[in-house]
Design a protein around this ligand. Sequence first.
Ligand SMILES: Cc1ncc(COP(=O)(O)O)c(C=O)c1O
Length: 458
Amino acid sequence: MRGPIEPFKIKMVERVRILDQEQRTEAIKNAGYNTFLLRSEDVYIDLLTDSGTSAMSDDQWAGMMLGDEAYAGSRNFYNLEKSIQEVLGYKYVVPTHQGRGAEHIISRVLIKPEKNIVPRNMYFTTSKAHVELLGGEMPDVVIDEAHEPENEYPFKGNTDLDKLERVIIEKGAEKIAYVNVEMNVNMAGGQPVSMENLRKVRELCNSYDLKVVFDATRSSENAYFIKEREEGYSDRDIREILNEMMSYSDACIYSAKKDCLVNIGGFLAANDKEIYEKARNLVVVYEGLHTYGGMAGRDMEALSRGLREGTDARYLDYRTKQVRYLGEMLMEYKIPIVKPIGGHGVFLNALKFFPHIPREQWPSQTLAAAIYEGSAVRTMERGAVSRGRDHKTGENIFPNLELVRVTIPRRVYTNTQMEYVAESIKEVYENRDRITGLKMVYEPRDLRFFMARFEKVA
Ligand SMILES: Cc1ncc(COP(=O)(O)O)c(C=O)c1O
């Protein structure tokens, strides 16, 4: 037996097709070599994202039928509130339509013109955009190891406490809106944060009287890594670990579209009553009443059940092993990937994959487009196109990590499909010398990676 054992069986399938080579070449050209602009029906295996792409369980679908679509006080909201209180340990819950709704609210609650610095363990695209739209800055305080694709440090998502303290001292503690810590850091390759590091961030912030806000989007997968790798946690239940993790924060934002196994949803949760009350006031302006926040009752029910299911250790074991299964096949083929293999996907190192393509010709964008053209597998650029320009100088920023994210939706694809993906990427790797770069011909101002268009360099 090679692949991990699935702790479920399949009850319903969705048929998919594979376009032939000529059709794929046409499709990616029409999409401006941007995989976000492909039509989903032209994709065979969709590894663009793990966000909102999970397969729900029969229990979640059953819950959908129990949606209480009252405008106010839906019973599904109270179920959701209870799940969050039990699984994560927060006192207060404000639902939002998805993660960026919660990012918007927390930014508006805590960022002021004179208090607008948000240090974070590596940026995330939408989180940074909300801070910058309010005139703020997001200095990177992740440890250096996170920027080194080959470095096998087990907790590459950790905050560098010296870097954080330097930012606090240089900018002035009174300028820090809050310290933001992301779990299983997405842009670093799905790399976890250790419990010890969370505890120390809290201690440091206490000494400067600063608020700590988590981006707990992938906290269940992070908790699994703590159980697997951190001394003293191997016998602890995932929910116990999550409760301890969250106890080191004042609030969190959460995109439920990942670890909660639903297709839409999010929330802000807090222990700090003042944050909660301000957030509850704002949510009615931007998202919906404080007992639905942009979600239908049925969606809150599926989320409430999914949050619990997603903390089952047997499920998390399968989930992590399927991602590793793909990563280990790629390593066998000598394909350069980020190590250790992360929680939600395998990240290809485009700088090593295509050493002949200059950074100004977008190697990660080129690689994602080439993988689609070769096999109808859709992946995503996570490098300089995602990073964007320096808002002050207008120059492109070229981060150390120039990656392609091969993200695995939860409970959706079989291990055989993972083998197809590995073979497809291998084929591109074997023909890499023949592949040329791209030039950007359309560039949106904000979050340009979603809609930018490219042409092949002659
Ligand atoms: C770490 C992280 N934070 C926030 C978000 C934003 O959440 P959403 O896409 O639900 O708006 C995402 C989405 O990918 C994410 O990965």
